[in-house]
Design a protein around this ligand. Sequence first.
Ligand code: DC
Length: 213
Amino acid sequence: MIIAVDGPAASGKGTLARKIAGHYGLPYLDTGSLYRATARDLLAAGHDLENVCEAVRAAQNIDPATLDDPKLREPGIGEAASLVAPIPQVRAELLAYQRRFCEGGKGAVLDGRDIGTVVCPDADVKLFIKADTSVRARRRFVELTANGLTITQAQVLADLQKRDERDRSRDSSPLVKAHDAHLLDTTNLDIESSYKAAIELIERAYGDGGKTD
Ligand code: DC
């Protein structure tokens, strides 16, 4: 079973996708980490974010062992990721990575921006997670300050709005709900309620056949 989970930054899609993967015993890929790692490695090698050749090289050489590097969660890297993400050649490299991840096994859960539309258009179940911008900003603020970062909620909100705009308006695989995705609005839901609602949606869409163990 392939489950696609898309949505804007800080919508809660990552937390949900990870929990869904645990529930069904499926491998999980946070595809945002691929764009973040590309940006991190590009900058670490001293190149700028407009350097297409070097950005593609960084995307080709991602080391999966570095995808849980805490540095990837820094706001600067999120911003840099949204600047390399519109480059079609970078997307092509990372698309290949994501497709390889889905091959061969009993399924997978992927979260990102274009999973239901481009990466896995034939996914068994597609979820599109949304939440009001102010609520997303609050959640991201709490997460970042808990990790010791000094930042204001207004700054987090401004960054989110800028990234939303960039992710939605780019030509190459923009953030958009797939026509057959199930919409889940988590504005007024905590993590547990969002998770329950997501599992209900999946079970309704896929039935008990969704169980892999
Ligand atoms: O989900 P995230 O915040 O970790 O993603 C970081 C950036 O990567 C995001 O601003 C846009 C890009 N991205 C993308 O273009 N396509 C994806 N499938 C996942 C992320």
